[in-house]
Design a protein around this ligand. Structure first.
Ligand SMILES: NC(=O)c1ccc[n+]([C@@H]2O[C@H](COP(=O)([O-])OP(=O)(O)OC[C@H]3O[C@@H](n4cnc5c(N)ncnc54)[C@H](O)[C@@H]3O)[C@@H](O)[C@H]2O)c1
Length: 261
């Protein structure tokens, strides 16, 4: 891989799931990684390792994002890769969900990305290969039941990735996203335990026939962040076992058979 060994990364939501797997993966081609999470205990996995610095806070605030960038510059002297991944999700009807609950999803999932980008740009401008990778969602491309606020926020994230890629291209900063399908993490764990039938049904709707793992996101994020993707900006890569390739008309296992006349 054409990487610069002293590159430094920052990953939000690094306490669990996709963020943790990404932070661990990025140590392959980065000398240090700043980990951001609101859950101090969840970052315990990294405390004994010199390659990591932890920043505890809510990504929906400017304070946390500014502190995370400052930590990169203070401890490592630079910042090259920023992975804006922290996200929350819960369901509720459009008519009844309390507005403050709905707004919290947008504050974290969309505004956390906007604020995180703005905080990082001055440092990324100093990098020879500044790169931002954002975790969107397949849910940002359409509708899911009772997930209107999450899907709306993620659609905004996808729009932000595209527009930010143009606004920051003049500084040589690339901005890309990933759109995960169903991935087995703490965020989705309740489906496997509380609704095993829904869990199995969802697996059946994925052409590859199973849920994805956090490491399968981490490897794509690493590629997008790396100089190997140096001419790639403004894209959102589906990492969903093939769901996004479908039209939605047929279940992936549908057996159709009709011969030519
Ligand atoms: N798991 C999936 O199936 C799936 C699918 C599509 C998209 N995503 C997206 O992937 C990203 C990561 O999700 P995951 O499944 O790894 O979740 P996860 O719950 O396993 O991990 C998310 C981490 O983010 C942290 N976090 C949440 N809100 C925060 C905040 N306001 N400030 C700081 N830290 C915060 C949590 O403490 C947690 O450690 C999210 O943006 C999510 O929307 C996940």
């Amino acid at each position: 891989m054409g990487s610069t060994p002293d590159r430094i990364a920052l990953v939000t939501g690094a306490g669990n799931g996709i963020g943790r797997a990404t932070a661990e993966r990025l140590t392959q081609d980065h000398a240090g990684v700043v980990l951001v999470d609101r859950d101090a205990e969840a970052l315990g996995w990294a405390t004994a390792d010199e390659r990591y610095v932890s920043v505890i806070g809510d990504v929906a605030t400017e304070e946390t994002n500014t502190a995370a960038v400052a930590a990169a510059l203070e401890k490592f002297g630079r910042l090259d890769t920023v992975v804006l991944n922290a996200g929350v999700s819960w369901t509720g009807s459009l008519e009844d969900m309390p507005l403050e609950e709905a707004r919290k999803i947008a504050d974290v999932d969309l505004w956390g990305v906007v604020i995180g980008t703005r905080a990082a740009v001055p440092a990324l401008k100093e990098s020879p290969a500044g790169s931002i990778v954002v975790t969107g969602s397949i849910s940002g491309t359409g509708a899911d039941p009772a997930m209107w606020t999450y899907n709306t926020a993620k659609a905004g994230v996808h729009g932000f990735v595209r527009t930010a890629s143009w606004d920051l291209a003049g500084h040589g900063i690339r901005v890309n996203g990933v759109a995960p399908g169903p991935i087995r993490t703490a965020l989705t764990g309740y489906i496997e335990t509380d609704a095993p039938e829904a869990y199995a049904a969802l697996a059946g709707a994925i052409p590859l026939g199973r849920w994805g793992e956090s490491e399968e996101l981490a490897s794509v994020i690493q590629f997008l962040a790396s100089p190997d993707a140096s001419f790639v900006t403004g894209v959102i890569v589906p990492v969903d076992g093939g769901i996004a390739a479908g039209t939605g008309q047929f279940h992936p296992g549908t057996a159709l058979s009709r011969s030519a006349d």
